[in-house]
Ligand binder design. Structure first.
Ligand code: ATP
Length: 597
């Protein structure tokens, strides 16, 4: 399969501002793809080589890329550097360097070379990038340069642009997982009806390549067979939110379980047959190296051969054993000095779910059964235990547990449905879990997690820096980000200083196709960075597109007096941001509160 087919699609995707068109281009691409390489087509289109959870970084340093381009184009690194400084994009640098070279070659040489030129295939590009990603140890840098320059020599200038962006980890077409699932359903099943089956399979294995390969090579029935596999993370189940015990009990049919909502880092722990332990974060990144102590606790206290369990890792005060706020776990986000960090900032594990045990898929079993079995296989100890759990039927009792949880350093509680249908809804935010957090009771609205989709340049003291960010909530139904506010307060001088540099990789020349905005910021971004924001209230807005027409025709919702809380949510993907639906619910709650009092 020719790599140029991918390049043509990438160009079309980059040029469109419409999501439907984007999906259409992907459908065409998938339908034309060779069956054997469909997984590779998908990984490459998302700018990677493997599913995220493997944590294998492709990113090759700019300096090495420049040396590779210089070798391929037969031009000095100094010249290439100059072009790069001018264009600020390694991909376009490669394109320009190669096209200049080809123009300069004599016509005879060029045609001869073109005749001899082997057309680049997806296989060839993938295999070479794979070798580049895996090159390690002594001489790795030279190997990477040799591999990339030989690939670039075979490439057309346009192909070179995208190869280089991919190898630099900067392809960023903004093609989301859900768009790929839509396109797969349309390309191979004819309609979107098969989409839920594909989505469930994806939720189980977190590997779009695997789902596509099964679909294309073995059919939809084989996709239905995809079950939890120890070592491959399952996409997490998420909670809805409500603001009072009464509402929670009403929603739960009068009775529910209540667990503490610990304030730490969510972890999905996999114990694999060979005794290895893998830890995955909420974003399904492999965080095993950060927590050797947690791995040891699981090895010693979880009595099952193969198992997938979930819990919250919480930092504790080594002097008092008290729980500490989640920020303290940041000390574990480092490559070196983990042993020391473990001593200074020890952690406890509070387990709350069981998803798989020795061949048995627990995701389809009801909550109480999962919880009971979890209790049987976990031998509680000082640093490892099950999340506190109660069954309640009245609001006063629920409120009491909530207050107790807060007093002990938790964020609040999570209510969990007790019905036989209360399965583990992988990858979904649903009403089987409802969170009730402290902020909800304050006069201010809750904090929300919003996605930066653009920025406005500042004036005066902020000249040359961003004055405000354009922030958006997520609409999962249409897979778009809809604006809710312009936020310029709450940023420290340091934040302001670093923001243009921090956002640089995401800057695009026009509105991203997955962004819905009436406002035109000075700079547009690929939706990627999530930040926590608090405001005074939610108001109807003629300017913002979030919840447009949902409450009043012509009006959307806006957050009034938004302020950055100081918390960049790098642990959240843009699709994990607060949703449009949640904002509508928050607005309605607020109205009721005003009406009541
Ligand atoms: P938040 O920012 O409020 O943590 P979130 O989007 O990360 O929200 P939600 O599903 O809305 O996640 O809230 C549940 C989160 O609470 C889980 O991701 C988990 O990290 C944490 N948590 C703490 N204790 C529990 C528990 N007992 N059961 C389930 N989740 C828990």
């Amino acid at each position: 399969m020719k790599y140029s087919l991918l390049v043509e699609t990438y160009e079309k995707i980059e040029a469109t501002t419409k999501r439907l068109e984007m999906t259409g281009y992907l459908v065409d691409l998938f339908a034309k793809s060779d069956r054997e390489v469909i997984d590779k087509v998908i990984y490459l289109t998302q700018g990677k080589l493997y599913p995220d959870y493997l944590g294998i970084e492709l990113g090759m340093a700019e300096k090495l890329i420049i040396r590779s381009i210089s070798l391929a184009a037969g031009v000095s690194t100094h010249e290439i550097d100059k072009i790069f400084k001018e264009l600020g994009d390694v991909g376009r640098t490669a394109e320009q360097a190669l096209s200049t070279m080809k123009k300069q070659a004599s016509l005879f040489d060029f045609f001869q070379a073109a005749g001899a030129r082997e057309e680049l295939t997806v296989q060839k590009v993938y295999e070479t990038l794979d070798r580049i990603a895996r090159a390690a140890g002594e001489g790795a840098q030279e190997t990477k340069i040799r591999l990339l320059s030989s690939l670039l020599k075979m490439a057309t200038p346009k192909e070179a642009k995208y190869i280089v962006r991919t190898v630099a980890g900067k392809l960023r077409l903004g093609v989301a997982d859900m768009t790929i699932l839509d396109a797969l359903a349309l390309a191979f099943c004819g309609t979107k009806e098969a989409r839920p089956i594909l989505e469930r399979a994806y939720n189980m294995c977190s590997d779009l390549g695997e789902v596509a390969r099964r679909l294309v090579l073995e059919g939809l029935e084989a996709v239905k067979e995809i079950k939890p596999i120890p070592g491959k993370p399952i996409r997490p189940m998420l909670a809805e939110r409500l603001a009072s015990p009464e509402e929670i009990l009403l929603k739960m049919g009068g009775k529910c379980a209540v667990e503490y909502k610990y304030d730490g880092e969510r972890v999905q722990a996999h114990k694999v047959g060979d005794g290895e332990i893998y830890l995955f974060s909420r974003r399904l990144e492999n965080i095993t190296p950060q927590y050797p102590d947690v791995c040891q606790l699981i090895k010693e206290h979880v009595k099952a051969r193969e198992v997938i369990i979930e819990g919250e890792i919480v930092a504790i005060d080594p002097d008092t054993g008290d729980m500490l706020p989640f920020q303290e776990l940041m000390h574990r986000r480092r490559k070196y000095g983990i042993e020391e960090a473990m001593e200074k900032y020890p952690a406890s594990l509070f387990l709350f779910d069981l998803l798989y045990e020795d061949g048995e898929d627990y995701t389809l079993k009801p909550y109480l059964e999962r919880r009971k079995r979890l209790g049987e296989i976990v031998e509680g100890a000082d640093r490892i235990q099950l999340a506190e759990h109660f069954v309640v039927e009245n609001p006063e009792e629920l409120e009491r547990i909530f207050e107790e949880a807060i007093e002990k350093g938790c964020e609040g509680i999570i209510a969990k449905a007790l019905t036989p249908e209360a399965v583990y809804q992988a990858g979904a935010r649903g009403w089987l879990w409802i969170k009730y957090k402290r902020d909800y009771r304050s006069e201010m609205i809750d904090t929300v997690d919003l996605v930066a989709v653009g920025a406005f340049w500042g004036r005066g003291k902020r000249a040359g820096k961003y004055g405000a960010l354009l922030l958006a909530a997520y609409d999962p139904e249409n897979d778009v980000f809809k604006t809710v506010c312009k936020c310029g307060s709450g940023f420290t001088d340091e934040d302001l200083e670093k923001m243009p540099e921090m956002f640089k990789p995401y800057v695009i020349p026009h509105k991203h196709p997955r962004v819905d905005s009436q406002l035109k910021p000075d700079v547009w971004f690929v939706p990627a960075v999530v930040l926590e924001v608090i405001g005074a209230e939610i108001t109807l807005s003629p300017t913002h597109t979030c919840a447009k027409d949902a409450i009043r025709p012509g009006a959307g919702l806006a957050i009034r007096f938004p302020r950055f809380t100081g918390r960049w949510r790098f642990d959240k993907k843009p699709e994990d941001a607060t949703t449009e639906k949640e904002l509508i619910e928050m607005y309605q709650k607020q109205l009721k509160k005003i009406e009541a009092g």
